[in-house]
Ligand binder design. Structure first.
Ligand code: MZP
Length: 464
């Protein structure tokens, strides 16, 4: 007999957060949204972290070079889409790398014996809050560490203290490859202590050719782009990468929606695991094949499996909630339910930085947004299970989303909302939120109560 889950599968809009105690310190400015991106051992730091828990979807209509650069500036990362030829994907990676190399040499350099007073003096001259500490104090010297405004408190520290005492040392930074001189480092990387601009999608079919080409082009981290990850194909792809590159190439896998799927990919060596089937705004997989699971239920179960795996093995494998985020509060809920970071498609597709056309339809500006499983993207590899390719069928739609302006403005507003909500919950970091959030299911009648009701709106321009 088939297995029947005792509870229905649910999605974000069926839940609400209940406030916790908010102390004086608990202000949005003090909230950290830092999130681990790749697996790490208990007591160690992950080799790669995000400063904000957002990544853009591995989709033609979302993640090109422009998105990669804009999102890195905000502290997140973009996954350059894999549904293009190996040559054009590798060229995109190289161009993003070239952008990185095209930055001017840093004019903010310190010597190891420079002091906080020197930092403040340099800040006054250049206006740049991120400074490199090099052995010679020149842009071409050996990088020893970075100082940012987060590393010191002017009012609490002696101005004689040496930068080596409060800088972030180079071994705790994600640094550029050996042959990259300091001259080639750039503000984005330094500001965010991140060198992973080109992050790319691969598939489980041509990985033996694609992965070496992408690694050669400078990709720092890869992700297997597939609608369903609990498969032998993902295990083989992970094994190939581990045998060829050991742990030097980081790779995410997915998507899964339950404990079994998570444990399978964690055992197979995935650096992070994506959660979600059928919840994407452009996705019709549930209608076409009747498979999937409500995103909230999937996330809650997978997060519990991640914690169980960590408890048992001492290895933490971050999870990414992929698809179905519509309102900003869904982001906070997903994090509270255990997601380490979020993958968003529709959200980013609306911005100037997505690679699609902006059109005016009946007086409203829109941007094009199509699924990887649509006839337009023709990314059949993402859904391939080894059958007859000329019988491929669509699992995604071709659509428009209302244009929303620049990525920077929108991300700043959304994250401010997330931080404010976290303050309502009385927490100041994502792990704190995951540990202490109080979450309640809502009845359909109380969902009605949650919107405006029993009034007549004066203006219909209310935005959320
Ligand atoms: P959303 O943020 O637009 O709701 O969802 C984006 C996610 O939908 C992607 O990250 C991917 O996992 C999934 N996706 C992309 N294309 C399709 C499709 O054509 C799809 N069915 O489901």
């Amino acid at each position: 007999m088939a297995y029947y889950y005792p509870e229905p599968s649910r999605t974000f809009s069926e839940y609400l957060l209940v406030p916790g105690y908010t102390s004086e310190d608990c202000r949005p400015d003090n909230v950290s949204l830092k999130a681990p991106m790749v697996r790490f051992k208990k007591g160690e730091e992950p080799a790669l972290s995000l400063n904000v828990p957002m990544v853009s979807a591995i989709m033609q209509a979302v993640s090109g070079e422009k998105m990669a650069i804009a999102l890195a500036k905000e502290g997140g990362v973009a996954f350059i889409f894999g549904s293009q030829s190996i040559e054009s994907e590798a060229a995109m990676v190289s161009r993003a790398k070239a952008y990185k190399a095209g930055f001017v040499a840093s004019d903010s350099n310190l010597k190891p014996d420079s002091t906080l007073a020197d930092v403040l003096a340099l800040l006054k001259i250049t206006g740049h809050s991120t400074m490199a500490v090099t052995d010679s104090g020149t842009p071409n010297g050996k990088l020893l560490g970075l100082v940012t405004s987060r590393d010191y408190r002017v009012s609490r520290m002696s101005h004689d203290v040496k930068v080596t005492e409060f800088m972030t040392p180079v071994d705790r930074l994600i640094t550029a490859p050996k042959n990259t001189t300091l001259k080639q480092a750039n503000d984005i990387i330094w500001e965010h202590k991140l060198n992973a601009l080109p992050i790319v999608g691969i598939n489980t079919l041509d990985y033996e050719e694609r992965v070496p080409a992408l690694v050669e082009a400078g990709a720092d981290i890869l992700c297997i782009d597939s609608s369903e990850g609990f498969t032998v194909w993902q295990k083989r792809t992970l094994e190939f990468i581990r045998s060829k590159y050991g742990n030097s190439v980081k790779i995410g896998a997915g998507n899964v929606v339950d404990r079994e799927g998570f444990l399978f990919l964690a055992e197979a060596g995935a650096d992070f695991i994506k959660v979600g089937i059928g919840g994407g705004s452009i996705c019709i997989t549930r209608e076409q094949k009747g498979i999937g699971r409500g995103q909230a239920t999937a996330l809650i179960e997978v997060a519990a499996a991640r914690d169980e795996y960590f408890e048992k093995t001492g290895i933490y494998v971050p999870i990414c909630s992929d698809g179905g985020i519509v309102l900003d509060y869904h982001m906070t809920l997903a994090l509270a339910m255990g997601a380490d970071f979020l993958m968003l498609g529709r959200y980013f597709a609306r911005f100037d930085e997505s690679p699609t056309n902006k059109l005016n339809i009946n007086g409203t500006y829109v941007k094009e947004y199509w699924g990887e499983g649509s006839n337009r993207a023709r990314n059949w590899q993402r859904y391939d299970l080894g059958g007859t390719s000329d019988l491929s069928f669509e699992e995604g739609v071709d659509s428009y989303v209302v244009y929303a302006g620049s990525l920077q403005d929108n991300v700043a507003k959304s994250l401010y909302k997330v931080k404010s909500t976290m303050c309502n919950c009385g927490v100041m970091s994502i792990p704190d939120l995951q540990e202490n959030a109080k979450i309640t299911l809502v009845s359909s009648t109380s969902i009605v109560e949650g919107g405006y009701h029993d009034v007549t709106l004066r203006s219909t321009n209310t935005t959320v």
